[in-house]
Design a protein around this ligand. Structure first.
Ligand SMILES: [Zn+2]
Ligand SMILES: [Zn+2]
Length: 254
């Protein structure tokens, strides 16, 4: 499990903790405030992300969730408290809408690996009781540092972005990244996804910190994704099952 995580410092008190060994290349973000630290998502749950975070800070760390997909909540159980949007409480309480066999298959899918000695057949999707319920507009206060919760459904019903207005940082989860954006499976909603992207368009953004893949993301990607959805809508509608649309640095699969 040595070096499973890659830690990259974004600024003096913000870190990306990434799992590049896995094909999904998920990112969690550790944000240090004056009183506490927050980790946005906790990755796949195949190695000890709390230990990794505690090597960076001695502050108490609580977790917040962009959305309750298994690859974003894997390490939630390692932390004393975590927050989830109200629309996904049932998912984190055991109602995750994907069979465990499918999750294990996705987890172990080639070409990328898992930590040495990790057996995917023992993997379980995290379940637990959130200590805080998130709603649109809520503030997560770290002491001297604040995050605003922006409810951005579409990829999942309780998906949230976290916006740090003072720095112009948008932690975008699975709504915007350099890769294929997913709104094709039953629990997704392409129309809501488009509305969520539009909701983000008015924000002053200096940096996008995505849920997957490259950490280098152009700030124009929000606008570009919005244009992509507009184009799909004009050419036949935002209906599930229409397939994959390739826009160069991102794709939209509905
Ligand atoms: Zn997701
Ligand atoms: Zn994801």
């Amino acid at each position: 499990m040595n070096n499973w995580f890659t830690v990259e410092q974004i600024d003096k008190d913000t870190y990306a903790i990434s799992e590049y060994g896995h094909w999904e290349e998920p990112h969690s973000y550790l944000l240090l405030g004056e009183e506490q630290a927050v980790i946005i998502d906790t990755g796949l749950g195949v190695a000890d992300i709390r230990k990794e975070a505690e090597e960076i800070t001695g502050l108490p760390i609580s977790a917040v969730t962009t959305h309750v997909h298994w690859d974003h909540i894997g390490g939630h159980g390692l932390f004393d408290s975590f927050a989830v949007h109200e629309n996904e409480i049932s998912w984190i309480n055991g109602g995750f809408p994907l069979p465990l066999s499918m999750v294990r298959r996705d987890l172990a899918r080639p070409p990328r690996g898992l930590p040495e000695g990790f057996d995917e057949n023992t993997y379980k999707v995290f379940q637990g009781e959130p200590s805080r319920i998130l709603r649109d507009g809520d503030i997560v206060d770290l002491g001297g540092r604040q995050l605003r919760v922006i409810h951005t459904p579409g990829h999942s019903p309780g998906h949230c972005c976290f916006y740090e207005e003072a720095r112009g940082y948008l932690y975008s989860g699975d709504i915007a990244y350099m890769g294929c954006l997913y709104a094709f499976y039953p629990s997704t909603d392409p129309k809501a996804f488009y509305q969520s992207i539009k909701k983000l368009e008015g924000l002053e953004i200096t940096k996008i910190l995505p849920g997957h893949h490259s950490l280098v993301v152009s700030n124009s990607i929000i606008c570009d994704i919005s244009k992509g959805f507009a184009m799909i809508e004009q050419n036949g509608g935002l209906a599930q099952g229409r397939g994959e649309f390739d826009f160069g640095c991102f794709k939209i699969h509905i």
